[in-house]
Design a binder for this molecule. Structure first.
Ligand code: PHE
Ligand code: ZN
Length: 869
């Protein structure tokens, strides 16, 4: 594969330089002839000059790479080598009619495709991944989302090896062929961009079900897996039916084809892919039962199945004009996914989870060397921009629109968006315009969220005048400089708030202030007493908010605020303060947490979230906000100190909670309530382990060997690895023996060891890279071992630089196989400026060593140069 380039300077591709396609392709006929040593792809493209293109005489330029060109025909006439120009990236044909048929044959080698883009072998099966630019690895084509076509796809293969042959749309024909072969023909009645094309061939098990749409059409639902895993599809099938119903009820969106297929594959670069009618999933995001997957995995099944299904409207029916607009489909679809998961479980808990992920993952990205707006203005490798910013901050931007126009107004705007753009490629402007038009409001200033990077900061001060009963809030907004953006214009955003009396009662209900200027003053009249402001309720904007709360005020909010988000966040603020200052936890805070833990009416999941400290990343960012630099090992230890103190103080309650839940919880249950209970139970045990290791370790060891529930096993394995070396070694060995044949379970075993917060972790990870459970070729194995290690302060951030050198070395080796995956592990280096001087130097050294390599993919090259830049 041509995964690498030696070109040192890769040009930035710019949004401002967008031009409409020169040629359109109305219909595509594809023929896949799958053989043992290669797959021949024959295409027939009905092309036509685009009346919207200004380039009247430009030639036909098709993208194409990593395949062998066999023949080119134009209107039936075979071209000689001199009739076209072939480079490693394009096929250019000058002599083409304004309208005609181009036919191309080329050979793919899926077995050698380790990049997992285009057509590749995923264990025993063949599958495709085309977003963003994978289709060009299959056949020569104008590979851009503003070219939309109707597809007819024929697949021919050996019947014994590939009994199942799938593509998008409806199966229109199938049958036998000579030599033990067979074929299938699929037709997709909807026009689509080529990135939504998909094909799967292999020996697969299947589970089928049916769904009746609200207009009475019956849809066939199928989930395909590798042989032997169909018993792990239960959660996914249930989630799919719930998602289909929910999208009808909440957004009036009905499914449009007669068949909806999901295929679980064991080699995949991302979580899943929304190919029209044929979603392809990383098996880790869709397959599992309570005894094979953790609750965290299982929670993802519903989320990701919903997400990909929702793309059928927000992504497939209305797609993106170009790859700068990824957030148009991803921000919107993540928002829809969050609303779905909230409605199916607990909206309040879903919001806490969302915001804590945003702060942990997106805030650091927004403060790093590759900070970008939710719609980047330029890129080198588009795959580097499937980021937390585009996805999660993008969803927050959509949520702000909903807050500004209200739920009903949002629904009207979304209906108008789908009505205007159905079947077309759209831009972020199109979306915001539909929202503005449907609600008759001006969202011009709001568009800055699409153009400016960085996490805005709100500085809020207040005063109360007892005589006039007026409460005044001064709100200042600023946004830190980010690469290429030294100064920023003010954002338009909603600031939701409430005013609490001294006992925490709501004095005014919810109010939404609309911020537009750098500095604004709001006067709230008729306030009976000096209030405690409950600011940024429900996290109404993706910002950092500073307000000088006293501890006593935060305790009132934690105990009484009607807003679940701010209750949780008050606890987070107090935790961060005590963790970073090293002060002892005051009794009042411990008492407040005890009250939360013992509250009979509060959901277990919310209790667990409330008792969970801000993560190491968040605490690190808090240091940066104060102008300090991060020593990640010290941060980890500060965090542990608080946990230990808390566990000491609440020991009785933690044990009681642990025992009560353990006695009543069904090991096989993994619904939202059971997941919440299990998370609280295991949090209790992990906290207790900090204070009473000798008492907890034997309990944990018994769970690892005796439990059938995977969440419990892994939680307790984590505890052992964090403490008792002898018990840990025994438990790990036993676990490996039990699950040796199940790679996705062994990933957890790898991850637990890579997470060990101990200086010896690098040596262990090195040894595990040689273990048969590991393979550099499989992204899930690499994520389990290297990905987890890269988030381990004692591993990646080891003071001697060994962790940096190790990860850089993996990046170099992985880059030759899978550039997209490799770039992911180069990204932690983007934050080198945040760390102490010693670590800064060592991180830069690792980066420079990578930058000096002759041959590096564009993906890794972009990250490395921008990190150093
Ligand atoms: N579009 C996929 C999603 O639903 C993500 C993805 C991007 C998958 C690129 C593969 C390649 O979020
Ligand atoms: Zn998506």
């Amino acid at each position: 594969m041509d995964n690498t380039t030696t070109r040192p300077e890769q040009a930035e591709i710019r949004l401002a330089e967008y031009k409409p396609p020169v040629f359109l392709v109305d219909t595509v006929e594809l023929d896949f002839d799958i053989r043992d040593d290669r797959t021949r792809v024959s295409s027939r493209l009905a092309i036509r000059r685009n009346p919207e293109s200004a380039e009247r005489n430009a030639p036909l330029v098709l993208n194409g790479q990593g395949q062998k060109l066999v023949a080119v025909r134009v209107d039936g006439r075979e071209l000689a080598a001199g009739d076209y120009v072939l480079t490693d990236k394009t096929l250019t044909i000058r002599a083409v009619p304004d309208e005609g048929v181009v036919a191309i044959e080329s050979d793919n080698d899926p077995a050698a495709n380790t990049a997992l883009m285009g057509l590749y072998a995923a264990g025993p099966m063949l599958c495709t991944q085309c977003e963003a630019e994978g289709f060009r690895r299959i056949t020569y084509f104008p590979d851009r989302p503003d070219v939309q076509s109707r597809y007819r796809v024929a697949i021919h293969a050996d019947e014994d090896r590939y009994p199942v042959l799938l593509a998008n749309g409806n199966l229109v024909e199938n049958g036998k062929e000579a030599g033990g072969r067979h074929y299938a023909v699929w037709e997709d009645p909807f026009r689509k961009p080529c990135y939504l094309f998909a094909l799967v061939a292999g020996r697969l098990d299947k589970v089928a079900d049916r769904f009746l749409t609200r207009s009475g059409r019956e849809v066939l639902l199928e989930i395909y897996t590798e042989p032997g895993r169909s018993s792990e599809t239960g959660f996914a099938m249930a989630a799919l039916k719930k998602a289909m119903r929910w999208d009808e009820e909440r957004f009036g969106r009905e499914y449009d084809l007669d068949r909806f297929m999901i295929v679980a594959v064991s080699f995949f670069n991302f979580g899943a892919m929304e190919n029209k009618g044929l979603n392809i999933f990383n098996d880790a995001r869709v397959l599992g039962r309570a005894d094979t997957a953790t609750d965290a995995d299982i929670a993802f099944f519903e989320r990701v199945v919903g997400h990909e299904y929702f793309h059928n409207w927000s992504g497939d029916r209305v797609t993106c004009r170009d790859w700068f607009q990824i957030t148009l489909k991803e921000g919107l679809t993540v928002f829809r996914e969050q609303e779905f998961v909230g409605d199916m479980n607990s909206p309040a808990q879903e919001r806490l989870r969302t915001v804590s992920v945003l702060r942990r993952v997106q805030f650091p990205e927004d403060a790093g060397a590759m900070a970008h707006p939710i719609r980047p203005a330029s890129y080198q490798a588009v795959e580097n921009f499937y980021t937390a910013t585009v996805y999660s901050k993008g969803a927050e931007v959509i949520r702000m629109i909903q807050t500004l126009v209200g739920r009903e107004g949002f629904r009207k705007g979304l209906d108008l968006y789908f009505e205007r753009h159905d079947g077309h490629s759209a831009t972020c402007e199109d979306f915001v315009r539909a929202m503005a038009d449907a609600n008759a409001i001006d969202l011009g200033q709001f568009m800055r969220w699409y153009a400016q990077a960085g996490t805005p900061v709100l500085d809020v001060t207040s005063r109360y005048d007892a005589d006039s009963r007026a409460y005044t809030l001064e709100v200042e907004q600023r946004c830190p400089a980010t690469p290429g953006q030294d100064t920023k214009e003010p954002f338009h955003m909603p600031l939701r708030l409430g005013l609490l009396d001294a006992r925490g009662g709501d004095m005014k209900g919810d109010m939404v202030l609309k911020l537009r200027r750098p500095r604004e003053t709001f006067v709230i009249e008729d306030v009976p007493e000096k209030p405690i402001p409950s600011l940024l309720r429900d996290f109404s904007a993706p910002v950092r908010l500073n307000y000088d709360y006293t501890d006593a005020e935060l305790l009132v909010i934690l105990a009484h605020d009607s807003d679940g988000f701010n209750r949780w966040d008050a606890g987070q603020k107090l935790f961060a303060k005590y963790a970073l200052s090293g002060e002892a936890l005051p009794d009042a805070f411990v008492t407040a947490l005890r009250t939360v833990l013992m509250d009979k009416d509060l959901e277990a999941g919310t209790k667990a979230m409330t008792l969970t400290l801000p993560g190491e990343e968040e605490l690190g960012l808090a240091l940066i906000a104060r102008g300090e630099r991060i020593d990640p090992v010290a941060v980890c230890e500060k965090r542990r100190r608080v946990i230990k103190a808390l566990a000491g103080a609440l020991s009785g309650e933690l044990w009681a909670t642990y025992r009560e839940i353990a006695a009543g919880l069904d090991e096989e249950a993994s619904d939202g309530v059971a997941r919440g209970q299990r998370s609280l139970k295991n949090l209790c045990l992990a906290y207790l382990h900090r204070a009473e290791p000798g008492k907890v370790a034997p309990v944990a060891a018994r769970v690892v060997s005796g439990a059938r529930n995977m969440t419990d096993k892994i939680a307790c394995l984590d505890i052992l690895v964090d403490g008792d070396a002898a018990l840990a070694a025994r438990a790990l060995a036993e676990f490996a023996e039990t699950f040796a044949g199940q790679p996705s379970i062994m990933d957890k075993w790898l991850g637990v060891q890579a997470a060990e917060r101990h200086a010896g972790v690098l040596e262990k990870v090195r040894r595990l890279m040689a273990h048969k459970a590991f393979s550099l070729n499989n992204p899930n194995r690499v994520a389990a071992l290297v990905g987890v290690f890269a988030g381990n302060p004692f591993g990646f951030h080891a003071e001697d630089g060994s962790g940096y050198r190790f990860v850089a070395d993996v990046v170099e080796r992985l880059d030759r196989l899978n550039p997209q995956a490799a770039a992911r592990y180069a990204k932690p280096f983007l934050r080198w400026r945040d760390f102490d001087a010693g670590r800064q130097a060592l991180m830069q050294e690792a980066l420079r060593k990578l930058a000096a390599l002759e041959s590096l993919s564009i993906n890794v090259r972009e990250v490395v140069t921008k990190a150093l830049g």
